[in-house]
Design a protein around this ligand. Structure first.
Ligand code: HEC
Length: 155
């Protein structure tokens, strides 16, 4: 190696080492400036809020104002309103062979079975009649009140 070459190599390595040191200094500075909190996006409250918004349960979104008296409502039973939301689909139309509300001939033989049987069949289900009309959220008491309403309207 000539004298010029070794002078070049010294400068060359000097520059390389200098740049490497500078790189570490910049990395350390960058971390210090941004702080550990921001370095992890999962800790950013704005990011957390957005994630919460995206994964919040569908059930919180009300899709309609359905009048219901559920087991937990404890208030007065709105038999007619709950009938409309829970039973009308079949008993208002005769779907699946359901006896229609107000159809005296269709209800005569059923009413003759007595309230206890009608309550039991409405609550537990009976042939094409699903238990509680498929509304398991309704309490037995509410279903009984609706049966009373249906019977009264169909006598
Ligand atoms: C998916 C349709 C459907 C829904 C919803 C439905 N019913 Fe029925 N229901 C029927 C059918 C079908 C029958 C007739 C079953 C048979 O006798 O074959 C019936 C029969 C009945 C009977 C007579 C049972 C008997 O012993 O003859 C009562 C009482 C009754 N339903 C109450 C209700 C009440 C209260 C609701 C609402 C909470 C309701 N139903 C919702 C389909 C339905």
């Amino acid at each position: 190696m000539s004298h010029d070459d070794s002078a070049f190599m010294r400068t060359f390595w000097g520059v390389i080492i200098g740049l490497t040191v500078l790189m570490f200094v910049i990395i350390v500075l960058a971390r210090w400036v941004s702080g550990d909190q921001a370095a992890d996006p999962a800790n950013d409250p704005r990011v957390l809020a957005k994630i919460e918004e995206r994964i919040k349960p569908v059930g919180q979104v009300r899709t309609g104002n359905v009048p219901t008296a559920t087991a937990s409502s404890g208030g007065a039973v709105d038999a007619k309103g709950t009938y409309t939301s829970a039973c009308f689909a079949c008993h208002g139309t005769g779907a699946a062979g359901a006896p229609k509300l107000g159809d005296k001939a269709g209800w005569k033989a059923r009413i003759a079975k007595g309230n206890a049987t009608l309550y039991k069949n409405a609550i537990k289900g009976f042939k094409g009649m699903p238990p509680k009309g498929g509304r398991s959220d309704l309490s037995d008491g509410v279903v009984k009140a609706i049966v009373d309403y249906m019977v009264a309207e169909s006598k």
